[in-house]
Every structure is written in C-alpha cells, then in structure tokens.
Design a protein around this ligand. Sequence first.
Ligand code: COA
Ligand code: AMP
Length: 631
Amino acid sequence: MGYSQVYDAWKQDPEKFWMDAAQGIDWVTPPSKALFDERAPLYEWFKDGQVNACYNAVDRHVENGRGEQTALIYDSPITHTKREISYVELRNRVANLAGALRAKGVEKGDRVVIYMPMIPEAIEAMLACARLGAVHSVVFGGFASNELAVRIDDAKPKAIIAASCGLEPGRVVHYKPLLDGAIDLATHKPDFCVIFQREQEVAELVEGRDFNWHGFQYGVEPAECVPVSGDHPAYILYTSGTTGAPKGVIRSTGGHLVALNWSMKNVYNVDPGAVFWAASDVGWVVGHSYICYGPLIHGNTSIVFEGKPIGTPDAGTFWRVISEHNVKSFFTAPTAFRAVKREDPNGDFVKKYDMSSLKAVYLAGERADPDTIVWAQEKLNVPVIDHWWQTETGWAIAANPLGIEELPVKLGSPSVALPGYQVEALDEGGHPLPAGELGAIAIKLPLPPGTLPNLWNAEERFVKSYLSHFPGYYETGDAGYIDEDGYVYIMARTDDVINVAGHRLSTGAMEEVLASHPDVAECAVIGPKDSLKGQVPLGFVCLNAGLERPHDEIKAEIVKLVREKIGPVAAFKLVLVVDRLPKTRSGKILRGTMVKIADGEDFKAPATIDDPAILDEIREALGEIGFPSAA
Ligand code: COA
Ligand code: AMP
C-alpha cells in the first residue's frame, strides 16, 4: 500500500487503524477500544488497556531472543569513551535501579525529575521510572537552577536523579551545584536525590538527602514491571510557551507506545535490529521519543552521543559515528548540518568514512532551509527528509514516510500529513483556506495516539492555549500553508516562541528576566534570523531616566542575568539600549515590525503606530550591531 492508501485507511476507520497498530505492543490487558472521547474535546487512547513501557522497551526483547543485541551505544568524543549495553544488561541495570528507587518509596504515579547529560544512565533512569509506573520529567542540562526550580515546583517530584556534571566543549557543567541551588529556590523539596558521580567531577553529597547512584542500589531487590493503564502519564516534559511559566506536556503511556512503535518502520523505515541514531539530547522531545523510547520499543539499537556536530573533535564526527556503528537512519536538526557545512562546505570529511550503512537522514526541530537539504543530499547521497512535529505531539505530524512510500521531496516542505493527523491552514475565523494560502496551521481533533492529552496541573491552560481559538481543532502555534498536493509548509510561529539552534525558547520568558534588572524600565525580545542558529534572541531595553552608568556595564549584567535565570541554552548575547520602543497607540509593542527591520524585509508600519519615527531609531540601533545581516 502506498501513502494515499494508508492515509485513507486511517481516515475511513481510525479505530481499526490504531487497534491494528496496538498489536505491535505487548499488553498485560489489551485495550477494548482505541479512542475514549467521553470528555471531548479532551481525548484519551487505549485507556482501559494495562501495559508497561519499560517492559515493551526492554524486557520483551530479552524474552524474544534479542538479549544479546546491543540496545544502547554510548559514544562520547568529549570523554573519549565508547561503550555498548546489551538488552539483557539494560534490563538488569534498569531493574536494579528501579528496585532501589522503590526501596526508597518511589511508587506508581510519583514524579521523578531527571537532570542528566547525554550518558546511558539518563536513559536507564527514565526506564527505571517507567518500570515502576513513576512519572519522569527530564530537565535539559542547559537550563539554570531557576528553570529547574520552576519545574520542581510544578511536578513536585518525590526524587531527583542527577549526574555530578555535564561536559560541554572546554567547560564542565556543574550539575550538582545547579541542582542544590534549584532545591533551595523551590518551595517543594524532594524526599531524596540520587547522584551519578562522573569521573570528571565528583560532587559533594548532602548527608541524608543525596545518595550515590551505585551505593544506593547495593543489596536491593530488582523491581518487576508494574502494569499501568493506557492513560497513565509516562512522563511530563516542560516546553516553552508564551509566558515565563513552561508548559508541562503530559504523555500517556498507551498511545505513546503504539505511535512510536508504528513510526519506527513507517516513518524512519528501520526494522528491528537496525541501528538508529537521533543526535539530540534526552532533555528534548526528540531525545524522549527517538533516543530512548521509539528505537528501544521497536527492538533497534540506539546511540547515546555526547558530543557536538563540530569541535568534538571536528566536522567529521557525525560521519565517524555513522560508519563506525553502522547507522541506518540518522536524525538531527538542520542547525547541526549548517554548523558542519560551514566548517566543511565541500564535505571532505564525508569522503574519509564508509557511509554505506546510511539509508536516510531526517531533519526536524526547526524549518529545514533548502540550501541545507541540498547540501546534505549532495554530500551524503541518501534521501534527506524534513519532518515537522512538536513537543506536544511527541512524533511527526508531517513527514515523507519512507517506510510506506518515498514521495517526491519538495524543498521547504516537511511533506504530507501522517495518518492520525488532518492538517489544515485556517483563516482567522477558523475556516479552512484554499491551497497555497497562508494561515494558522491547525489539526482536526482528536489528535492521534502519542500526542498530549493535557498539560500537567493546567487543564484550563491546555484548553485555552490549544483548543479554544479554533473550536474542533488543535492550534499548533505554527503558521504556513498547504499546497495542492497536500504538502505542508511551516513558515513561522504565531506566538512569542523562537527557535534557536533547534531549541525552543520563549521570548516572553526572556523579557521577564530583562524587566527584572533594576535599571530597565521597558524591554522587548525578538528573534531575528541567524545563518547558523536559525534565529537568535535580541533584546531591546529602555533604561530608567537619569542613569549615569555606562551602558556596556548594564548590557553585560543583563546578558549574565539571562544566563543565570534561564541558562546558557538561551544563547542570549545581544542587547541594544534604545530611548523608546515602537508601539501601537494602545501600547502594544510592535515586535513583528522590529523583526522585519532586523531581517531587512519590506514592511508597512501598522496604521495604529504611535510614532513612526521610532522605527528609524530602531533601524539605526540595529545597524550598529550589523543587522540586517546576510542571514
Ligand atoms: N548543558 C549545558 N550547557 C549547554 C548544553 C547542555 N546540555 N547544551 C548547550 N549548552 C550551552 C553551550 O555550551 C553554549 O554555552 P556558551 O554560551 O557557554 O558557549 C550555549 O548553551 C548555547 O549552546 P548552543 O545553542 O548549542 O550553541 P553552540 O554555539 O554551543 O553550538 C551548534 C552551535 C549548532 C553546534 C549546536 O547548537 C548544535 O549542536 N545544535 C543542534 C541542536 C540539536 O540537536 N537540537 C535538538 C533538537 S532536535
Ligand atoms: P519543539 O517543541 O521544541 O520540538 O519545537 C516545535 C516547533 O519547532 C514547531 O512548532 C515549529 O515551530 C518548529 N519546527 C519543528 N520542526 C519543524 C520543521 N520540520 N519545519 C518547520 N518548523 C519546525
């Protein structure tokens, strides 16, 4: 069956489609049906089934003869370490860790925050929670104490599992002091912490609260897999929204297992046993779905890569890993390829490696620009597939589903809607637009299995953020259009979220930090284009009247404050001091117009602008720091 037939089969009988897909999962009690819509527009999938995610990701492969197959390959050019963990070893390690967590009181439904770098122990910690039915919430290592504290207060974890440190090129990330700082800041205190001590830095433990990862497992009974219902939260993953308060995306267990298992063959075209590599981080949704759960549920070998596309040690790292470990399907962000292309435009490093194992490359996390796709196609000589999804959906909304049919690639488009998703471009009134017309991209409800059923502790916010604007639809927050062949084009966000090096960030959150500086009277943060990172954050500040301090000093303090409050991942380095911000007469800051000036695009000042002369001041200030750049 080709793509059209598969998509039509879903559309005609979604219940049958997903019940068939559910057969790829080992249930303790199979679900009686797929969709539960009693609370529409809130939906659940496979709610009355009983299942365990860790069993499906690990134990069942041992029982089915894959015990000796490598489950995880840890490849760390930063620490010069390589290690393989078989499925049977992974089962034993995870069962022991889960047993130790249980002995300290972690039970089904308890939350556990995980704050770890790209080491296999991070995956083991996630799976140990899943084994117990505990709900993990992984926090990306590039976030500072304050962001970690916000997540601790929202998730209220019984335990926190962390590493002593992370390693960035040329810099040790001191996780433990960051964790201690977060616990001090948070109102909620965990019962205990488990610290994985790395060779590169041994952290000081707090007596009675912190336990050594190894020591606390000693002499404890390994834990068995605890069955949970299909709608039991597998995890909470916080993501940036419009305000400073991150949104806790919930992933229900049943749908998550079914959808990820389905996607491994149909989207990524790998069979069990093949090596799959997503070069992302466990702190992001890509890491959850395609470093940890997806490949393991499907019986693949997954790579845990602790390194960067360039500089660890060079722009050939990706190709070395692919050739050394026989990677069949490779997933990364366009920004990583842009970084490699900048260092090695002719692809000389590619020629040094035998890349014959590689059959396809997948890009996501931000819009894949045609130049990057063409460069990768030429240098790697395999299909380069842009696909579009979000933390909220957990797996691709639109893709070129190579495992079903290789559709023609249209540069600039992540191709077509996958089964489960009816994607439409809507006008402001919520009416579907004709092909080619730009609008808000929305998905007809219900969303498929594996997508978010709700936000943690925030149902009202969930309904308001995603379901209210266009009744009957999920609002993606992306704008774009759909062409006459059904290809989706994602062009921009409709909210204040920006995408910096494939990392989703909130300009609203940064504005809150800027506004907290005592010398700042007013501020705005925008995300103009950047040739490497896609977008970069750029702050404008108006200072309090009568200040005599040098502006450079204040700017440096502001940059430091964002790093301290949000973290290095914000990559916030640019601040401009201006006298006034452009506004409408009702006081709304014209951020969109400022972005257009920074990007050098044509624009028309809105009729409601208060004082058009301010736009010239903004243009002049931007010119001083090189905007519009060639990006
Ligand atoms: N822990 C702590 N700090 C981190 C971190 C982590 N896990 N990840 C990044 N940071 C820090 C970096 O060290 C850097 O700090 P610095 O300001 O001291 O230099 C800062 O956050 C910004 O990092 P980044 O945006 O990654 O920029 P970079 O200049 O270090 O590297 C790229 C540029 C393009 C090579 C890099 O962004 C990259 O590999 N991008 C791919 C992203 C990706 O795979 N995203 C997954 C989405 S699918
Ligand atoms: P995240 O939740 O971090 O995965 O970010 C999701 C957002 O990243 C989407 O809403 C889009 O704005 C953007 N995005 C992700 N993948 C793509 C893609 N392939 N093309 C265009 N934008 C994308």
